[in-house]
Design a protein around this ligand. Structure first.
Ligand SMILES: Cc1cc2nc3c(=O)[nH]c(=O)nc-3n(C[C@H](O)[C@H](O)[C@H](O)COP(=O)(O)OP(=O)(O)OC[C@H]3O[C@@H](n4cnc5c(N)ncnc54)[C@H](O)[C@@H]3O)c2cc1C
Length: 168
């Protein structure tokens, strides 16, 4: 048995069942994205594009698909072909590179794709934090969100992230 004054539920697609235990219904769903990776090559792309990026090590990453397939993290030849075809259309030079990996991963999406940041009313001190674009939003999560959780004063405008917006 453990006790604590504050707890943050930040467990991606696992949030639904844990949030119910602190009185909250969080409507999230999985959405699969498949990503392709090429062998390494010399630097060709200085700026990342939304769907095509080159890592510092030289690999290209293409993606990602948007598929409603539940919790299936598999890959499909059809989608791999489509993603590769798009990448080669944009940067024909990529056609000479070998693909070395492909994987599927699940986005954590709310109905409007925006984050949920909320403190439970029935269990004060229990927070639910879930967000797609968790990497892009890291500065917000590391500063304003963590200050709210630690100090207890919600930043202006944070009420927009309450899941009650989905009840309308
Ligand atoms: C294809 C794809 C492309 C993406 N592109 C971008 C992008 O370009 N930019 C961007 O910012 N974001 C992107 N994202 C989204 C980003 O990956 C997520 O926003 C981020 O991973 C969410 O982090 P998280 O910690 O909330 O959840 P997760 O990374 O899912 O981590 C949740 C963790 O909680 C654990 N867990 C689950 N249930 C329980 C439980 N009951 N008890 C204990 N632990 C539990 C899980 O095992 C997991 O380790 C992309 C995602 C995908 C799938």
């Amino acid at each position: 048995m453990f006790s604590t004054k504050k707890i943050v539920l930040a467990c991606g697609l696992g949030i639904k069942s844990l949030a119910r235990q602190v009185g909250m219904d969080i409507p999230i769903r999985p959405q699969r994205g498949q990503i392709l990776v090429t062998e390494r090559t010399h630097p060709l792309l200085e700026q990342p594009f939304v769907t095509i990026r080159q890592t510092q090590e030289g690999s290209f990453l293409f993606g990602a698909s948007h598929e409603e397939v539940g919790f299936d993290t598999g890959t499909t030849l059809e989608e791999m072909r489509r993603l590769a075809g798009h990448a080669v259309q944009v940067f024909p030079e990529l056609a000479r590179l070998q693909l070395v990996r492909c994987w599927g991963a699940l986005r954590i999406l709310t109905p409007d794709t925006k984050p949920v940041y909320v403190e439970s009313e029935s269990c004060p001190g229990a927070f639910v934090v879930t967000s797609h674009s968790g990497i892009t939003l890291a500065p917000l999560h590391a500063q304003r969100l963590s200050e709210w959780i630690v100090e207890g004063v919600a930043p202006d405008g944070f009420e927009q992230f309450h899941p009650r917006r989905f009840d309308a």
